[in-house]
Ligand binder design. Structure first.
Ligand SMILES: *Cc1c(COP(=O)(O)O)cnc(C)c1O
Length: 221
């Protein structure tokens, strides 16, 4: 497993405006350190306790991305240091993130997760529910969280056309929200989409962040 070679290959595929989050979930800190030593600074984890355990063992300038579904009782583990929460999908979780951000005297950046796949999933918002959240008075009172854009996952399929159309849907949702709610908000700019199997398609459809794991660190058990 040559992490340096894999990382270079992936970085080579990315235009300069696309950021790579190296998804290190289930992988040991030694492998993260190896990627760090090649210059990688953004890493993604999907379990709060795993991320909290790795954080103190690695260089402090790593930007930690939480990419999984976040449960309210786990926010406290990552709130002191998380750089970006990718998959917020309810007012309830936003309230908890805000509460923990206040406790830590900081603001926390996050993305709203949208359900774009044809596949069944419990997670991710539809546009209407997202707008209900954005328009609510409760939401407007959350001053310690900071919305930076949207995130989504395409169906796990060989149907390239389907993947294109799902990513295009997320880009359209981003454009819609941007023009309606955030036309003058420069920091509402991220579209997090694309994994090892589909990131080139995501880039074609407008991704600004791709989340790539197994193509860098090898397959997971
Ligand atoms: C695991 C995971 C990834 C990376 O998946 P790979 O196929 O290993 O690149 C990206 N995004 C999310 C949300 C994940 O859970």
């Amino acid at each position: 497993m040559d992490i340096q070679t894999n990382l270079k290959k992936v970085l080579n595929d990315l235009p300069p405006h696309v950021k790579l989050v190296a998804v290190s979930k289930t992988k040991p800190v030694e492998m993260i350190q190896a990627a760090y030593d090649c210059g990688q600074r953004d890493f993604g984890e999907n379990k709060a306790q795993d991320m909290a355990a790795k954080f103190p063992q690695l260089p402090q300038d790593i930007r930690w991305h939480f990419i999984g579904h976040l449960q309210t009782n786990k926010v406290k583990y990552i709130a002191p240091f998380v750089s970006l929460i990718h998959a917020a999908d309810s007012l309830k979780i936003l309230k908890e993130i805000n509460k923990q951000a206040i406790k830590n005297s900081r603001t926390i950046d996050y993305l709203l997760e949208f359900h774009i796949a044809e596949e069944e999933s419990k997670f991710g918002l539809d546009r209407e529910t997202a707008e209900d959240i954005l328009k609510s008075d409760e939401y407007k009172q959350l001053k310690n969280i900071h919305l930076c854009g949207v995130m989504g996952m395409a169906t796990n399929t060989d149907d390239v056309g389907l993947i294109h159309s799902e990513f295009r849907k997320l880009k359209e949702t981003f454009d819609y929200l941007k023009s309606k709610y955030f036309p003058d908000t420069a920091c509402f700019k991220e579209i997090s989409m694309g994994m090892s199997g589909d990131y080139p398609i995501a880039i074609e459809e407008g991704a600004t962040i791709v989340r790539v794991g197994s193509k860098i660190f090898g397959t997971r058990n």
